[in-house]
Design a protein around this ligand. Structure first.
Ligand code: TRP
Length: 451
């Protein structure tokens, strides 16, 4: 059972900042801009908007409803709402999934630390094209950076919900927006940047196929950190009088805004340098250092300044996400196993460090080790992004839509009828949770399974 004396976020804005901090991360910076350009520009953005508000928001609200109704960790929440049933497995699943994500996410977080250090120290050297490939296959350096990133994460989490997580997000979120806007302004002033803006905006509806729609939805899940109990856990720290609907909408809007600004920061720079945008981490770790170096010839101090700001943005954005993943596990261990927060953090740190180390080494010494044909890193990534997040989301909406009493859901969503706006939208949201979300998620899940 959950113990008494649980902490709460100090205000609604603190809760929104924490949830937005979880949502805003590497997914916004490298995955979103690239997907937009590849999949029909403005046409994709429209699909993404629809997916974010009609599919992801109901899932997010489902997690919020469970979290705040119980004021407990994911496992405790299931035990409270449906004691002694198989729903406890959903609680267990959502303790484990974020820890798997944290393991490989912190490897990438470690790479960004390395690049931040490089940008502020010796620079990226002459041979940028091979730098990334050579770095990640090394055994030690990436491992040390992974350790450092995880230590920073655990450090914030161990300081507590209010003085650790809330405080860190309250400072980081505004800083992130300021940084990304500075980078965007800079990128938009580069000669040749117009091409990048067109890449992001040119609507091409012919590119919208069923699989593009499915990947827009998948991206929206990933970006909002759904299906793995992070939103549930953060919502469990929200006070009774807070407005779940408004907080959820706020989180989705911040996340979307950040993704769009990141797109207008990255793509114009990419096109100004005259290169084709590539997918995935390559965009951040190969393309951008190259661009910074190219600019460096004309204005060395400016290029160095911008590259430091850019990698700082990535490190902070990744940290606000990794902290939320870590908290899910820590809350579980503290409340269900009765451990102190400090000890619980050490335990979670140890477990994720180990799996993360295997992920890190899977680029070099362990590259021969394959699980179902994938390296350890890729396996953890696919398992969580393609399966566990969708599966968890499905179970959350089914639980709120079909297992919980409608009255309980209504009470939680409208604060006992006192929130007029929420009363008005309740029926629509409930319909989306009950019928639309499960069917759509099931379709995505089966598509992933068959792919
Ligand atoms: N939303 C994060 C990002 O955009 C990544 C993420 C995926 C995540 N699943 C999560 C974060 C679960 C926290 C918890 O980078």
């Amino acid at each position: 059972m959950a113990k008494g004396g649980r902490e709460h976020f100090g205000s609604r804005s603190a809760a929104v900042m924490a949830m937005a901090g979880s949502a805003i991360g590497l997914g916004n910076i490298w995955r979103f801009p690239y997907m937009v350009g590849q999949n029909g520009g403005a046409a994709f953005i429209i699909i993404y908007l629809l997916a974010a508000f009609f599919l992801s928001l109901p899932i997010l609200l489902s997690e919020s409803i469970i979290g705040r109704a119980t004021h407990a960790n994911t496992f405790g929440a299931m035990e409270k709402l449906s004691p002694g049933t198989r729903w406890k497995w959903l609680g267990i699943l959502t303790v484990v999934s974020p820890l798997i994500i944290l393991s490989y996410y912190s490897v990438v977080g470690g790479w960004s630390i390395e690049y931040l250090l490089k940008a502020s120290g010796s620079g990226f050297g002459d041979d940028i094209s091979t730098l990334f490939g050579e770095f990640i296959v090394q055994p030690w350096a990436p491992l040390i950076c992974h350790t450092l990133f995880l230590l920073l994460t655990a450090g914030v989490v161990s300081a507590g919900v209010k003085s650790g997580i809330e405080r860190f997000n309250r400072i980081s979120l505004p800083v992130l927006f300021v940084l990304i806007v500075i980078i965007m302004i800079y990128a938009l002033t580069l000669p040749g940047s117009g091409e990048g803006v067109r890449y992001m905006l040119k609507p091409d509806f012919s590119k919208i196929t069923p699989s593009v729609v499915a990947s827009a939805m998948g991206q929206s899940f990933f970006s909002l950190s759904l299906g793995v109990g992070t939103i549930l856990t953060y919502s469990s720290y929200m006070k009774r009088e807070e407005n779940l609907f408004r907080s959820g909408v706020g989180t989705a809007v911040f996340d979307l805004l950040f993704a769009l600004i990141a797109g207008f920061a990255i793509m114009p720079a990419v096109f100004a340098a005259g290169i084709q945008p590539g997918a995935g981490p390559g965009l951040i770790f190969e393309t951008l250092p190259y661009i910074f170096a190219k600019m460096g010839v004309a204005a060395p101090w400016l290029s160095r300044g911008v590259s430091i700001l850019f990698f700082l943005t990535i490190v902070i954005a990744a940290l606000t996400s990794s902290i939320s993943m870590c908290e899910v596990g820590v809350a579980y261990v503290v409340e269900e196993r009765g451990m102190s927060r400090g000890k619980a953090t050490v335990l979670i740190f140890g477990a994720t460090w180990l799996l993360g180390a295997l992920c890190s080494l899977s680029f070099g010494p362990l590259s021969g080790v394959k699980i179902l044909g994938k390296t350890i890193f890729d396996f953890c990534d696919t398992l969580t992004s393609d399966y566990l997040m969708t599966f968890g989301s499905l179970l959350f909406v089914l639980f709120v839509g079909w297992k919980m009493k409608r009255e309980t859901v209504w009470n939680e969503f409208t604060n006992g009828g006192s929130l007029r706006g929420s009363v008005r939208v309740f029926r629509a949201v409930y319909f989306l949770i009950r019928y639309v979300a499960p069917l759509v998620i099931l379709t995505i899940f089966v598509t992933n399974l068959l792919a």
